[in-house]
Design a protein around this ligand. Structure first.
Ligand SMILES: NC(=O)c1ccc[n+]([C@@H]2O[C@H](COP(=O)([O-])OP(=O)(O)OC[C@H]3O[C@@H](n4cnc5c(N)ncnc54)[C@H](OP(=O)(O)O)[C@@H]3O)[C@@H](O)[C@H]2O)c1
Length: 261
């Protein structure tokens, strides 16, 4: 039997309470990692941690809002007390929203930038000194195909996710001499509560049935389907593993071939 790819590694995953984050937590524990589950919803985190522990994994919930500097600064110390020093950071917490640029609500702009971009900056700034000290580590940022293309009505989301790629590349350049790799994963539409929300939005906005709205979204993928959270999690496992020690500064799409750069 091959050895677990993340045996004894300690990973923190933001936005772990559902969707892609919870799938990454499951995949990481399947590969032997201990996981720190961070998000705002304490009940969901507790439920996930209990389920993972029932399967023999080490998993701890941490209530942490990535827009709250105090929460974020305390996070590495709290994780170290419960699990040990962090090896892997997955910046996954995110929110989506859309509006045309004319009359764009300023609070929507601020929220997207604060959670999706400044949140990544905040958490990375808190965690990276420990990785540098230990001379090893992995940072994986969950970006989006909206990090690379300008989709209509997605100004704030796309600006935040383009920013994540810029941040990923600079961090990768600064971290290479510390044996730390930094990469981004850029999914197309994934089958998560975030996409359910987009479906509901299309139903309300265009008067489509739920099935029709879902098909519009599936058709953005040349494979005519939603990406699964588990596919994103599998790539995160690879990037977190020793197998990917030579991969850094990359932004890897999972979108069925919709975007090819
Ligand atoms: N779904 C897609 O189609 C898709 C495509 C490309 C990229 N992505 C990206 O993938 C990531 C995960 O998305 P998802 O689809 O899994 O979304 P989701 O189902 O809505 O889950 C989002 C996660 O982020 C957490 N979160 C939101 N605001 C937060 C905050 N202020 N502080 C801490 N955690 C926060 C949520 O937890 P709490 O509410 O408990 O805090 C939740 O765990 C996001 O960065 C998203 O932009 C998603």
């Amino acid at each position: 039997m091959s050895e677990a790819k993340l045996f004894n590694k300690i990973a923190v995953i933001t936005g772990a309470s559902r969707g892609i984050g919870s799938a990454i937590a499951k995949a990481f524990t399947d590969e032997g990692a201990a996981v720190a589950l961070a998000a705002r919803s304490a009940d969901d985190l507790d439920k996930l941690a209990t389920g993972l522990r029932d399967k023999g994994a080490r998993a701890e919930p941490f209530v942490c809002d990535v827009t709250n500097s105090e929460h974020v600064q305390q996070l590495p110390g709290l994780i170290e007390e419960k699990l040990g020093p962090i090896d892997i950071l997955v910046n996954n917490a995110g929110v989506a929203g859309s509006h045309k640029i004319v009359d764009h609500p300023d609070d929507l702009w601020q929220l997207m930038l604060d959670v999706n971009l400044t949140g990544v900056y905040r958490v990375t700034k808190a965690v990276i000194p420990g990785l540098i000290e230990r001379k090893r580590g992995r940072v994986i940022n969950i970006a989006s195909v909206a990090s690379k293309v300008g989709l209509r009505y997605m100004a704030a989301y796309a600006a935040s996710k383009h920013g994540v790629l810029g941040f990923t590349r600079v961090l990768a350049s600064e971290m290479s001499r510390h044996n730390i790799t930094v990469n981004a994963i850029c999914p197309g539409y994934v089958d998560t509560p975030m996409t359910d929300f987009t479906v509901a939005f299309l139903v309300a906005r265009l008067g489509k049935s739920e099935a029709e709205a879902r098909k519009i979204i599936e058709d953005t993928n040349p494979q005519k389907r939603l990406v699964t959270p588990e596919e994103v999690a599998s790539l995160a496992v690879l990037l977190a593993s020793d197998d990917a020690r030579g991969i850094s500064g990359q932004a890897i799409n999972i979108d069925g071939g919709a975007v090819m750069f």
